[in-house]
Design a protein. Structure first.
Length: 310
């Protein structure tokens, strides 16, 4: 059994510090036709099969890759630095941005910040290893270090974007990107901006993108809607408005003090207390889940949405 203070339980949540200062999206105050193409919806989007998303993914990827290449080849500073028409990792980004659009990995925070972190770390590692006279023999080590460091930082900042790992690797091992140095950062920033811009147009024609801009949590909330019940505090799972008493009811099958069988209400209370740690309780503005229950971001969003509709 793992000890409570075991390293397995260590956790760092950067949003705990950032969410209070990040402004809530103002899309609801914009004209709805504009807000629509920023991912805002008044009602839940209709469910779709896989044919329509495949069609729009084809259109979106085709347009985005062409736009990134055309723009990159017509910027004088890009030409003078011999920037390639497109960085290879944008191909993987396009798959996420236009097909797996509901994945947390595809949201703007992950796509943009993840790629920028990758370019900064990749160039920094490349510059460090270039100080060695034996760079050619240790270049592969630098690529591995850049990819590993980028992944770790993205995990801690909740900006995981798998194509960014390729960006960090290529920044060290691809001679064309290696020659760009710090100029790789604006190259990636422009490419990400163009790709997200195309995604906002194409993905919002018949679907919805993004699912969120910064976090699925409610920004500036007084406290999180979803929280986990503590084993030592079973009352947290009790229904709202229920009364708790110091005296515990008797077990099923036992008699009360006057010799009568327990009332149906007492039996319900006993059954509730027996299973209280395996319950998900949804109240207006409050969701309580068991301590050890695993939830994906999409499932958390669903529970919080149900809570707001009560």
């Amino acid at each position: 059994m793992r000890r409570p203070n075991s390293h397995h339980a260590w956790n760092f949540d950067i949003d705990r510090y950032l969410d209070p200062i990040v402004p809530a999206p103002p899309w609801r105050y914009l004209p709805y036709p504009v807000a629509h193409f920023l991912g805002y919806r008044k009602t839940k989007p209709a469910n779709t099969g896989n044919i329509m998303p495949t069609f729009w993914a084809f259109i979106g990827i085709f347009c985005a890759i062409i736009i990134v290449q055309v723009v990159s080849t017509h910027i004088p500073s890009f030409e003078s630095h011999h920037v390639p028409a497109i960085v290879g990792s944008f191909g993987a980004t396009a798959v996420l941005e236009f097909y797996a659009i509901e994945s947390p990995l595809a949201q703007p925070r992950n796509a943009f910040i993840g790629q920028l972190l990758a370019s900064v770390i990749g160039v920094a590692v490349a510059k460090l290893f270039l100080l060695s006279n034996h760079f050619d023999s240790i270049q592969y080590v630098g690529g591995a270090l850049a990819c590993a460091a980028t992944t770790s930082l993205m995990a801690l900042t909740k900006t995981v974007h798998p194509p960014a790992g390729a960006t960090a690797l290529l920044a060290v091992v691809d001679d064309r990107l290696l020659g760009l140095g710090w100029f790789l950062i604006p190259v990636m920033a422009l490419g990400c901006t163009l790709m997200v811009a195309v995604a906002l147009v194409v993905n919002n024609i018949e679907r919805r993108f993004p699912v969120y801009w910064w976090t699925p949590e409610t920004l500036h909330a007084k406290r999180p809607i979803l929280h986990r019940a503590k084993e030592e505090d079973p009352e947290s799972l009790a229904p709202a408005g229920s009364a708790t008493t110091a005296e515990e009811p008797k077990t099923i099958g036992s008699e009360t003090e006057d010799g009568a069988e327990p009332s149906p209400e007492t039996l319900a209370d006993i059954l509730h207390r027996k299973h209280e740690h395996n319950e998900v309780v949804i109240r207006p503005g409050d969701v309580v889940v068991p301590q050890e229950m695993y939830l994906t971001q999409e499932e958390v969003q669903l529970l919080e949405t149900l809570s707001r509709r009560l």
